[in-house]
Write a new protein. Structure first.
Length: 147
């Protein structure tokens, strides 16, 4: 069965995409939840109009996401932590702490978007990747300083 996705569905497709799925999946989950529209011969013209609307919306969303990535790259993210005399932390810096530090700059991200390559367990400057929507990745500098 062919459907038009009204929203991004993980492991299936993105907004405005025509995809083939099993009829039960579409009928019992995607369409009732508002994630998709059935594609039939009768509504093919309106579907084409919907696809164009989704493309415009996606372009705007991409522009906003790229702007957020630019702001994150320029943001000051400083986290004050307790450390011993050798600059080793008592614990490690978590994604939640980075989210709180970024909020100070009036930027909003989620902890699951932050990809820390190695646990941050010392004082210093660290590069952290933030995976935003639509495949946009921002580089964020995290300054870890002693309290």
């Amino acid at each position: 069965m062919q459907i038009l996705l009204k929203e991004n569905v993980e492991h299936l497709g993105s907004t405005g995409e025509l995809v083939d799925v099993k009829s039960g999946y579409a009928r019992n989950y995607l369409v009732p939840k508002g994630y998709a529209i059935n594609v039939t011969r009768k509504n093919i013209k309106s579907i084409e109009v919907e696809i164009e609307k989704f493309r415009v919306i996606e372009q705007k969303k991409l522009a906003v996401t790229q702007e957020l990535a630019k702001k994150l790259a320029e943001a000051n993210c400083t986290i004050a932590v307790q450390a011993d005399e050798n600059d080793k932390l008592f614990g490690s810096v978590t994604a939640e702490e980075i989210v709180k530090a970024v909020k100070v700059s009036d930027l909003t991200i989620e902890a699951k978007q932050i990809k820390i390559p190695r646990a941050i367990k010392s004082i210093g400057v660290f590069d952290v990747k933030v995976e935003l929507e639509m495949g946009v990745v921002a580089d964020l500098k995290v300054w870890v300083v002693k309290e």
